[in-house]
Design a protein around this ligand. Sequence first.
Ligand code: SAH
Length: 206
Amino acid sequence: MCELLKQQGITDDAVLKAMGAVRRHWFLDSALDALAYEDRALKIGADQTISRPSTVAMQSQLLCVESGMKVLEIGTGSGYQAAVLSKMGAKVFSIERQKELFDHTRPLLAELGCRVRCFLGDGYQGLTEVDQAPFDRIIVTCGAREMPEALMAQLKVGGIMVIPIGGDDTQEMLRFTKTGEGRGEWEKEEFGRYSFVPMLDGRQMH
Ligand code: SAH
């Protein structure tokens, strides 16, 4: 899989190393074992999908994570992206809005020994359950309609947020670097079109 990722422009050694070590099939139903290392999104239940490995790698690379950084992820899903970031040495906090996925993935990540704290909540609000903001990095793994202001407020000045923004079908992968505490004080870079499941409001308790 790492060879394929290199061909797709992934050059960050820490990302390649983490993705070589964290096995993707651990996060999937065993019926999907044969497909786990293909570059495609796969079903994880609750109408959601695990992102393609190339997308996980690209988002991880764009995030410029360093060991020890506090990272907030929106959209825990299967836990795969969170596990990769934790393998890279990040302290990961991850929010999922669907209870079914939260109940499945939190114990799985604990069992695998990943340093990830999972929360059931609405990522549009950021992390409100515990007082851990501001974060060095924020990664959103579902497609947002607009920049969630509460999330930007929870990012450190100098911090980076990677977030796909657009419509329900496709979104632009954006990287924001926060330059000050005021509204609109950030720089934005664009990294092409992707297709994520939508980022939805509110938590879902079933
Ligand atoms: N990072 C995940 C990707 C899962 S797909 C992985 O590696 O498997 C995106 C996830 O975002 C879905 O599980 C979906 O339920 C969740 N999601 C959508 N809107 C959300 C919101 N507002 N807050 C938190 N999670 C959300």
